[in-house]
Design a protein around this ligand. Structure first.
Ligand SMILES: NC(=O)c1ccc[n+]([C@@H]2O[C@H](COP(=O)([O-])OP(=O)(O)OC[C@H]3O[C@@H](n4cnc5c(N)ncnc54)[C@H](O)[C@@H]3O)[C@@H](O)[C@H]2O)c1
Ligand SMILES: [Zn+2]
Ligand SMILES: [Zn+2]
Length: 404
């Protein structure tokens, strides 16, 4: 069997390459941790990929802002059909159409047992937590490919109840592998509930998913900030208020909307490549969003922080930031008794409920993030457009199965 996949080809470049068809063993390859080479995966299934999305998390690697090695096969947002089942899989038959959480988790360790699947202890020899196709995550091969191996399948996959119904809503359901649960986790972490006022920094797909989730949770007002006009228009298209951070500090613009320069809940959907505010918007200032959320979130409030922060950034603005040390005004957060909720989203906590919300028409995530299907071979153009700030979420369709 042949296989094609999207691979990182050095700063600013991805290419579509021939790559081995998966086996029930993790083979050596770019980014595979030596301690994971030869690992048997009889608990895995092989999927024919139906939809696999490009993410801002991929962009950090493709921009050369991580230590990702060239040749790394990308892709952690995976939805597909089971075509082969490993010897030790009991409950996932061939033919199931499933969503795969981007976190790889064993289901056996202390953290998995406590629902913390984003920091599984058994899948990545480097550190807790793993993902497909990602630097420092153990070397599990990415799913922006025709076929992909999913380990611990009985534990990890979420089956869609009906194949035809799933294919009808595939552009919504594909967001269950990452951004919808991630945005929802951001909103839950920020304490969003009925009547909350919410500020979401970032109008990329994760920010828009967080805003969508805040609405689903009953927020009174959802304000989305960015410096990209097209993305702000996308947020406004489904009822969010907007703040253009290139025009100045969000606090002033929030005051114009709410009458007070403060919100109940703050969400960071930007991460370490944050731009400054106002006159500084042309330059990178990695602690900007964290500092401004502490400023605008009410005393006693929470900060949901799905935006990614790293322990090493070769392209950082200064030496401290190269090691992930940021100039945070932590004393302000302390003074206001803020809670900080960080880390990978434990997708499994939320994906079943959000699937039901999609299947019963309670949420329109594909429309809200402007999901745009493209062929696998068009991935380089998709990456380029996303990097330029297109107000789109690109969904790769390796087998031409997604209705256009
Ligand atoms: N924690 C998790 O589990 C998880 C999962 C998925 C993605 N992520 C992370 O979430 C972040 C967002 O992902 P995405 O796909 O939406 O990325 P993206 O790059 O498309 O979006 C980021 C947006 O932030 C905007 N921005 C930059 N500086 C800003 C500022 N100071 N204020 C407001 N907006 C600003 C950019 O213009 C851009 O539109 C990334 O860091 C990604 O790695 C985390
Ligand atoms: Zn992602
Ligand atoms: Zn585990």
């Amino acid at each position: 069997m042949s296989n094609r996949a999207v691979s990182y080809a050095g700063p600013g470049r991805v290419e579509v390459i021939d790559t081995p068809y998966p086996e029930f063993e993790l083979k050596d390859g770019p980014g595979v941790n030596p301690a994971n080479v030869g690992r048997k995966v009889h608990h895995g299934v092989i999927l024919r990929t139906i939809a696999t999305n490009i993410c801002g998390s991929d962009q950090h690697m493709v921009r050369g802002r991580t230590t990702a090695p060239e040749g790394l096969v990308l892709g952690h947002e995976i939805t597909g059909e089971v075509v082969e089942v490993g010897r030790d899989v009991e409950f996932v038959p061939v033919g199931d159409v499933v969503s795969v959480p981007f976190n790889i988790a064993c289901g056996r360790c202390r953290n998995c047992k406590e629902g913390q699947t984003g920091i599984c202890l058994n899948v990545n020899p480097d550190r807790p937590g793993s993902a497909y196709g990602y630097v420092d995550m153990g070397g599990w091969v990415g799913g922006q490919a025709e076929y992909v191996l999913v380990p611990y399948a009985d534990w990890n996959v979420l089956k869609f109840p009906d194949r035809d119904q799933a294919m009808e809503k595939i552009l919504d359901l594909t967001m269950l592998s990452d951004i919808l649960p991630t945005g929802f986790h951001g909103a839950v972490g920020a304490g969003v509930t009925v009547g909350s006022t919410v500020y979401v920094a970032g109008a990329g797909p994760v920010g828009l998913a967080a805003a969508t989730s805040a609405q689903l949770l009953g927020a009174a007002v959802v304000i989305v900030g960015d410096l990209n006009a097209d993305r702000l228009a996308q947020a406004a298209s489904f009822g969010c208020e907007t703040v253009d951070v290139s025009k100045g500090n969000p606090a002033d613009q929030i005051e114009q909307i709410l009458g007070v320069p403060e919100v109940d809940c703050g969400i960071d959907a930007v991460g370490f490549e944050a731009r400054g505010h106002g006159a500084d918007a042309a330059t990178e200032a990695p602690a900007t969003v964290l500092n401004s959320l502490m400023e605008i979130t009410r005393a006693g409030g929470s900060l949901g922080i799905p935006g990614l922060y790293v322990t090493g950034d070769p392209g950082a603005v200064d030496k401290a930031a190269q090691e992930g040390s940021l100039s945070m005004r932590f004393g302000l957060g302390f003074a206001k008794s803020h809670t900080f909720v960080t880390g990978q989203c434990p997708v499994m906590k939320y994906h079943r409920g959000l699937m039901q919300a999609i299947l019963h028409d309670k949420v329109s995530i594909a429309k809200n993030v402007n999901a745009t299907p493209i062929g696998l071979e068009d991935a380089p153009q998709g990456y380029a457009a996303f990097d330029e700030g297109a107000a789109q979420k690109f969904v790769l369709d390796p087998h031409g199965l997604i209705p256009r």
